[in-house]
Write a protein that binds this ligand. Structure first.
Ligand SMILES: Cc1cc2nc3c(=O)[nH]c(=O)nc-3n(C[C@H](O)[C@H](O)[C@H](O)COP(=O)(O)O)c2cc1C
Length: 194
């Protein structure tokens, strides 16, 4: 069985360090795992009217449906995010909210998740990662407990081609990706929580 991992990057910036880190993580996925970045920049801002049967004049945007179907077809989701004003960037929160509705068919429910946060400073996006964990906590998503991956001073971790400069960073992320992949495989084996 091939596991399909949706990778969600919490930055829309062309030169995003988060996207470069995500590409490194994708390259470190073990055999049997296929991971792809799912774009979130085109998702309209969340508005419950789109999902509210009482508002027939505002049909669900095709972008929402496509995004939800992509997530639901995945066996795991890996978030790679920077921090904006001590929480997750708005584009990522928007994607989390879109995946959280409708209540009868929540795209995130039971899906194993991994989180890698980064910052250009020394804190590694600590607050962003903790806030993302909080936002996901309602969806019964299994997450690896340890290690937690906070990549500080991210510009120094990457070379001009976007690859990790230091072997220790690569091995740290490889180990995390392997633990996340094992959790995905275990969850798939047991059957995703209803
Ligand atoms: C609106 C805004 C708010 C930010 N707030 C934080 C913050 O709270 N903590 C932090 O470590 N960095 C903060 N930064 C710096 C970003 O982490 C930095 O721009 C980073 O490169 C963005 O990630 P990216 O390279 O993946 O786009 C902020 C940047 C912006 C534009």
């Amino acid at each position: 069985m091939t596991h399909t991992i949706s990778v969600i990057v919490g930055s829309l910036r062309a030169g995003s360090f988060a996207r470069k880190i995500a590409r490194n993580a994708i390259a470190l996925m073990p055999d049997g795992f296929e991971a792809n970045i799912v774009p979130i920049g085109e998702l309209p801002l969340y508005n419950f009217d789109y999902d509210d049967p009482a508002s027939p004049g505002t049909p669900t945007p095709a972008e929402y449906t496509r995004f939800r179907e992509t997530i639901k077809a995945s066996t795991g989701v890996l978030f790679v995010t920077p921090e904006n004003n001590r929480t997750i960037p708005a584009c990522l929160k928007n994607a989390v909210d879109i995946g959280s509705k409708p209540n009868s068919d929540v795209a995130w429910r039971g899906l194993p998740a991994g989180i890698i946060s980064h910052s250009v400073g020394r804190m590694g996006g600590y607050s962003s990662q903790k806030n993302l964990r909080l936002a996901l906590s309602y969806f019964d998503m299994p997450l690896p407990g340890q290690p937690e991956v906070f990549l500080g001073q991210s510009p120094t971790l990457l070379d001009d081609s976007g690859a990790f400069v230091d072997e220790r960073t690569r091995e740290f992320v490889r180990d995390y990706v392997a633990r996340f992949a094992a959790l995905v495989a275990l969850t798939a084996e047991r059957g995703r929580a209803a």
